[in-house]
Write a protein that binds this ligand. Structure first.
Ligand code: AMP
Ligand code: TRP
Length: 342
């Protein structure tokens, strides 16, 4: 029997990213990640995954999880990811993710996982901490390494997890003196380009699906009036001037980044436009710019709610993803000395 060999080199780079179905997707998810997915699909072979197994690391209501998994996939498409261009699928539909995750857990050190800041933050908020919450970044490494991924577009909060995925890949490759896994590169926008959109009520905290303060969160499916209300009540910094200064004007800087990314205007243009006009007018215009960005997404989302439409897209996605994943899993199993299935 022939031993599984390295895949043939590819011409196009491969991109992989995942989003958890753990809550309602926010403007932060869109500006930090999804918007870039839609750009990358034209220049790379892209796989975008609804990472349902990651969501299980904290308690989930089964019915809600089921619905949200479909909804995240719908939002992918509604944001402009073309299922003919990119592969959209659900993590648990490709069991190779869980299988590789276990194998990688056996090459990852306990200390590496305990150091992860997201683990420490999330663990502090849980009544009981599951071992899945600790090993979460290994499953993420498995997602990425399984596909020989070149680039991973994510927000800034995933930097540490990506570093770990790279470390694991290098460690395995060194151990076997063979390029079993491609070492993936992060694709993280700078803060002023959406890498870290902050909570509108607390500019020190990122905007998050599971935020304690939902008033500071704009969900992609929020009705326009709710968006207007949330922006109107957004906190601002002392002084009335509108300029970009992450350190001293964190709240206004965050609003400016949102304005800039939704409208296409540069930060300088926004600064000039609102020089001397105070926060009121700026916030009013910002609300309209955000509503204009989100409304078409909501329209497409509603169209995708027809039964069967998203299910078919996910079924096609699984059929495309699984054959890409299996060879890497089998090669690693072989090198570890696991008995081949005959
Ligand atoms: P998650 O909501 O944790 O599944 O994140 C999905 C993607 O959105 C990841 O690439 C995150 O890094 C990104 N993301 C989440 N929240 C933000 C935020 N507030 N600003 C920028 N990117 C974000
Ligand atoms: N951990 C990521 C987040 O919370 C989601 C994720 C899981 C992911 N697997 C991934 C992102 C693989 C990129 C690549 O945002």
């Amino acid at each position: 029997m022939q031993r599984p060999q390295s895949p043939a080199p590819r011409i196009m780079k491969r991109v992989f990213s995942g989003v958890q179905p753990s809550g309602s997707l926010t403007l932060g998810n869109y500006l930090g990640a999804l918007r870039n997915f839609t750009k990358l699909q034209h220049e790379a072979e892209c796989l975008f995954c609804v990472v349902d197994l990651h969501a299980l690391t904290v308690p989930q209501d089964p019915k809600e999880l089921y619905q949200r998994t479909l909804d995240v996939a719908r939002i992918f498409v509604a944001c402009g990811i073309d299922p003919k261009q990119a592969t959209i699928f659900v993590q648990s539909h490709v069991p190779a993710h869980s299988e590789l995750s276990w194998l990688l857990e056996c090459t990852t050190y306990d200390g590496e996982l305990r150091r992860m800041t997201q683990y420490k933050d999330k663990a502090a908020k849980q009544e009981v901490v599951t071992s899945g919450l600790l090993t979460y970044p290994v499953l993420m490494a498995a997602d990425i390494l399984l596909y020989q991924t070149d680039e991973v577009p994510v927000g800034d909060d995933q930097k540490q997890h990506l570093e770990l995925a790279r470390d694991i890949a290098v460690r395995v490759n060194n151990r076997f003196d063979e390029a079993i896994f491609k070492v993936p590169k992060p694709y993280i926008p700078p803060r002023a380009a959406g890498g870290r959109i902050m909570n509108l009520q607390d500019p020190m905290e990122k905007m998050s699906k599971s935020a304690e303060n939902p008033r500071g969160n704009i969900a992609l499916l929020d009705p326009p009036d709710a968006i207007r209300r949330k922006i109107k009540s957004a906190v601002t910094d002392s002084g009335r001037e509108i300029y970009y200064d992450e350190e001293n004007k964190p709240a206004v800087s965050n609003l400016m980044v949102i304005y800039s990314l939704c409208s296409g205007d540069s930060l300088e243009e926004i600064q000039d436009k609102y020089a001397g006009s105070g926060y009121g007018k700026f916030k009013e215009d910002l609300a309209e710019v955000v509503v204009e960005t989100i409304t078409p997404i909501q329209k497409r989302f509603a169209e995708l709610s027809e039964p069967g439409v998203i299910e078919d897209i996910l079924s096609d996605g699984r059929k495309k993803a699984e054959p890409l994943a299996i060879p890497t899993l089998e090669r690693f199993q072989d090198r570890l000395g696991l008995l081949a299935r005959s």
